[in-house]
Design a protein around this ligand. Structure first.
Ligand code: FAD
Length: 243
């Protein structure tokens, strides 16, 4: 048996900023969707662009993965059966971002998952976060769940000043917005290089383009002492897409 796939419909659409669109999904299929999975990802199943009823085909069939992308659970409310996803839009072209940019209330979307919450240790001595716009939902959801006395630093790349969001975070976690259209900016590496070499009790969250993730991991491996079990490092997108 494959993963459970749920059919949902768009309940509301809100532009949070020029490059981030919030889409709230609903449907009876969310009745047994697990709670407390904010920051975990779901696989979103999109309709083929030419499907007349704009409905995705659920199930496992040859080539089904072509229609799936990963998105982060920003909120889930079990009482109202609403699942909130934030989509980076108005930037690259692709199945998911194009769908989000053109979405209408009542449009259909498939959901599989969720997976596990990403941050490796909510109670570490310190926390470091490195993410671009695609990781903003996961970082924001994680910061909301850190203990009040948590300490650390988050660097989040956004393309414009208007894309900076007001997010809740412990006062001891410094949130620094890197406002640049260059998602591959070396500011992430510089920020990591400026950290102490002893990161053994630090939980590190890295979600960026694949090459940038590699850069940061290479620095950690070559110059830092860190605890593998406290690291989440994942390519949220890949500049060189496999064909
Ligand atoms: C665990 C996880 C959680 C994620 N959560 C979110 C989320 O909450 N919100 C969100 O917006 N994204 C999120 N992403 C990233 C998202 O899955 C990718 O950006 C995805 O490739 C978008 O699909 P697409 O169909 O728009 O583009 P694709 O069809 O996958 O790619 C088309 C082209 O666009 C390029 N491309 C893809 N993404 C980007 C980008 N961000 N910037 C520039 N070029 C890009 C590709 O290299 C390719 O050339 C997440 C990824 C992972 C792994």
């Amino acid at each position: 048996m494959g993963p459970k796939m749920r059919m949902t419909q768009v309940l509301s659409i809100e532009d949070l900023s020029p490059h981030m669109r919030r889409i709230v999904l609903t449907g009876d299929s969310l009745e047994d969707f697990p709670v407390d999975k904010e920051s975990a990802h779901v696989k979103v199943i999109f309709p083929k662009p030419d499907t007349p009823n704009k409905s995705p085909k659920l199930g496992m069939y040859l080539g089904f993965k072509k229609w799936m992308r990963s998105y982060t659970v920003r909120y889930f409310d079990a009482k109202t059966l609403t699942l909130t996803l934030d989509f980076a839009i108005n930037d690259h072209l692709g199945l998911a971002t194009n769908w989000a940019a053109n979405a209408k209330v009542n449009d259909y979307l498939g959901i599989a998952g969720p997976g596990e919450v990403k941050h490796a240790d909510f109670h570490a001595n310190r926390h470091l976060f490195f993410g671009d716009l695609t990781a903003l939902p996961a970082i924001a959801a994680t910061l909301e769940k850190l203990p009040e006395n948590a300490l650390g630093h988050a660097w989040i790349q956004v393309p414009t000043e208007q894309d900076i969001q007001t997010i809740s975070h412990p006062t001891g976690v410094n949130v620094q917005w890197l406002v640049t259209k260059n998602k591959l900016t070396d500011e992430f590496l510089k920020a990591l290089q400026a950290q102490p070499k002893d990161l053994a009790n630090t939980a590190i969250f890295i979600a960026l383009e694949a090459g940038v993730v590699r850069q940061l991991k290479t620095h950690l491996n070559e110059h830092c002492e860190y605890d593998k079990s406290k690291i989440y490092a994942s390519a949220y997108w890949n500049k060189k897409q496999k064909s």
